[in-house]
Design a binder for this molecule. Structure first.
Ligand code: NDP
Length: 297
């Protein structure tokens, strides 16, 4: 039976460390880190995510700003808001919640964020730094996976790692981070010919697909490490909400074979929020050392 990779516990430790550092800043009369979360439109899942991020900010003592904009907001209006936040000295992190309404070009918005305030790690400068192995902001979900594996002292060097999913925000940066850890990395996606064989050959499996319980336990090599990033709501009439959150991996069968496994919920979800706080604190430190707006440099 696999040991659980307890993202709730580890994320609580990270948040406590951020809280202590923030309290020390505050006690010495310094400004505290500030995070702005921008939500455009009414997407219910996005509202939940934004609410959680705001609450997490408040709990660690950050200054938190939530901008709720209507679904009709134009691209130029949103760009103007981002520019204001870039120049706002109380704000050290800017997060524009994705997805944006179809009439707004997400790339244009991401590129408009001062890369030093890009706490999501999505700006091309930060993505480029990640590829080059230079210090930059690492996107929160893949960063959270690596942090969790480190905390459990899971050896990655020389291991065969499989990342299932190749999105810009999860799969691709995840693969790059695993390469950095000296794993031998394969990336699978919807055109992969024999996913089962790829999984059976892997020591570390990171699933970021978005398909409920698609990865079956019998595909997992005995003793493999399984990280489930997927978050899928499925119908469950036995619960009050009539839905339940499950991952991309069939947890009950996979835990019989894996050595370590993340639960869903309670695995990578809370780690993602903890890394957002940690990235915001890091951005604060960078900006307080170099406060000039990037556009003026
Ligand atoms: P995307 O939909 O952008 O990407 C999904 C990836 O899965 C694609 O690369 C796709 O391949 C691949 N895929 C789809 N079907 C298959 C298949 N049958 N076999 C192999 N690969 C397949 O999703 P995201 O990367 O944004 O998110 C992935 C999951 O992670 C979602 O459940 C999401 O909710 C969750 N998530 C969780 C977070 C957390 O904090 N825990 C944060 C972010 C995301 P192709 O490229 O060929 O289409």
């Amino acid at each position: 039976m696999a040991q659980l990779l307890d993202g709730l516990r580890v994320s609580a430790e990270i948040r406590e460390a951020v809280r202590v550092e923030t309290a020390a800043l505050s006690a010495s009369g310094k400004p505290v880190p500030g995070l702005a979360v921008v939500l455009v439109g009414e997407d219910p899942a996005s509202r939940v995510y934004v609410g959680r991020k705001k609450k997490a900010c408040q709990e660690v003592g950050f200054h938190s700003l939530e901008l709720k904009l209507s679904a009709e907001t134009t691209q130029s209006d949103l760009l103007a808001r981002v520019s204001e936040l870039n120049h706002d000295s109380h704000i050290h992190g800017i997060l524009v919640q994705m997805p944006l309404p179809a009439h707004i070009d997400e790339h244009k918005i991401i590129e408009a964020i001062d890369p030093r305030k890009d706490v999501d790690g999505f700006h091309p400068i930060n993505v480029g730094k990640l590829l080059q192995g230079v210090d930059g902001t690492i996107s929160c979900t893949p960063g959270g996976v690596i942090e969790l594996l480190h905390r459990y002292r899971i050896e990655l060097k020389g291991k065969k790692a499989l990342v299932i999913g190749r999105s810009n925000i999860v799969g691709k940066p995840m693969a790059v981070l695993l390469i950095r850890e000296n794993a031998t990395v394969t990336i699978a996606h919807s055109h992969t010919k024999n996913l089962e064989a790829e999984i059976k050959a892997s020591d570390i499996i990171v699933a970021a697909i978005g398909k409920p319980r698609m990865i079956r336990g019998e595909w997992i090599k005995q003793g493999a490490v399984v990280v489930d990033i997927g978050m899928n709501q499925i119908e469950d009439l036995t619960t009050e909400k009539k839905t339940r959150l499950v991952g991309d991996v069939d947890f009950e069968t996979a835990r019989e074979r894996a050595s370590f496994i993340t639960p869903v919920p309670g695995g990578i979800g809370p780690m993602t929020i903890a890394m957002l706080l940690s990235n915001t604190l890091k951005a604060y430190k960078t900006l307080t050392n170099s406060p000039t707006p990037l556009s003026a440099l």
